[in-house]
Design a protein around this ligand. Structure first.
Ligand code: A2P
Ligand code: 11C
Length: 339
């Protein structure tokens, strides 16, 4: 028997992509039902050639469901994920609400699928900028133990949601027509600009996005000894996050060995042909499933160091696809009880 699946936040940027990914991967569901807040209840979303009617999420919405995929913000997950779990659903949650809870597994299927085995009804999907980095670094960590990571990100506006996608479009168009822009999704103009500010500032001077990368990486890799420091930057790109990553390893890894390791790792494509001007780019990664890695080169200032450039579609592998892959892995490992 196939699970009956609730998609919570189905009208959002990630929720819509979840429906698309479920359809593209022919996910074995007996039924897929989209939920949103009262604001968009009654609107239609496309799925498998049909238009599904979006239903308002209520406390008793989860009766009769086996699996619930959430992407409707932390507040919605805080309130509704425990209700869904209580109703017998397995929840895969894309918000930051449960990620650092020691009782909740935080999973990237290529990296730590075994952590699904101890799920208590809720599984957390990591932050997009963390997911693409750990997929690329996992084979290197296994082979040579990563001691330290220095990462700077170049993140697309779609990470903020639909309102920021619209804001970048509007600002570009208004500026070209000589009109003024009034920032709303961000504290400053995002068109033709870079903001070293993602999510809120914390007491230590880092942003929450930067601290998510630090803490989530350790939890997913199952290694608290990895040192990580991050600078996260919003850039005027619609889709796909790019990352400049510097690592220091315990054992030596040559550029050639790194390319080989990454090429044979599931979910990674190496694009590294500088002589042909070929390297990963946001516009090429968008709509794709893989994490793309290039510009692999030795850090000549330390004994065992590498630099690389990691790009992936933040809405797909960074959110919707990873969530659906977690659901698929749960089914493969027989961890969903279909009522
Ligand atoms: P709605 O369209 O009704 O606001 P995005 O991140 O792109 O802005 O999308 C957020 C998604 O989360 C939307 O589908 C939104 O629905 C949904 N959402 C927000 N708040 C709630 C809530 N309290 N209950 C259910 N869905 C919610
Ligand atoms: C961004 N990484 O690009 C954020 C979006 O914790 O799931 C995802 C936030 C999160 O703005």
């Amino acid at each position: 028997k196939n699970p009956r699946v609730a998609v919570v936040g189905a009208t959002g940027a990630v929720g819509r992509e979840m429906l698309k990914v479920l359809e593209q991967r022919d996910f074995p569901a007996s039924e897929v039902v989209p939920f949103s807040s009262a604001r968009s209840a009654g609107t239609k979303v496309p799925y498998k050639g049909e238009e599904l009617t979006v239903i308002e999420l209520k406390e008793d919405s989860f009766e009769g469901f086996d699996l619930a995929l959430f992407s409707a913000g932390g507040g919605t997950s805080e309130k509704f994920a425990p209700l869904a779990a209580k109703a017998g659903c397995v929840v895969v949650d894309n918000s930051s609400q449960w990620r650092m809870d020691p009782k909740i597994p935080l999973v990237v299927p290529e990296v730590n699928p075994e952590d699904l085995d101890w799920h208590p009804g809720i599984i957390a999907n990591p932050n997009c900028s963390t997911i693409q980095m750990v997929v690329a670094l996992k084979p290197i960590h296994d082979a040579a133990k990563i001691k330290r990571i220095i990462v700077s990100t170049y993140q697309a506006v779609s990470g903020t949601g639909q309102k920021a996608i619209t804001e970048l479009e509007t600002q570009v168009s208004r500026l070209f027509n000589g009109k003024e822009v009034v920032p709303s999704a961000y504290p400053h103009q995002i068109a033709f600009n870079c903001l070293p500010h993602i999510d809120v500032f914390m007491d230590n001077g880092y942003t929450k996005e930067e601290m998510k990368m630090v803490n989530e990486t350790k939890k997913i890799m199952g290694d608290d000894s990895i040192k990580l420091t991050a600078t996260t930057v919003r850039v005027p790109v619609f889709y796909s996050h790019s990352e400049s990553v510097n690592i220091e390893t315990e054992e030596k890894v040559t550029v050639e060995e790194c390319r080989n390791m990454l090429s044979s790792f599931p979910g990674v494509t190496v694009v590294d042909y500088p002589e042909k001007n070929l390297y990963p780019m946001a516009i090429d990664a968008t709509g794709e499933d893989d994490v793309f890695v290039g510009r692999i080169r030795e850090d000549e200032t330390i004994e065992n160091g590498l630099n690389m450039w990691i790009v992936s579609d933040n809405i797909r592998k960074g959110a919707a696809l990873n969530t659906v892959q977690i659901a698929e892995t749960l089914i493969e490992r027989d961890l969903v009880r279909v009522k």
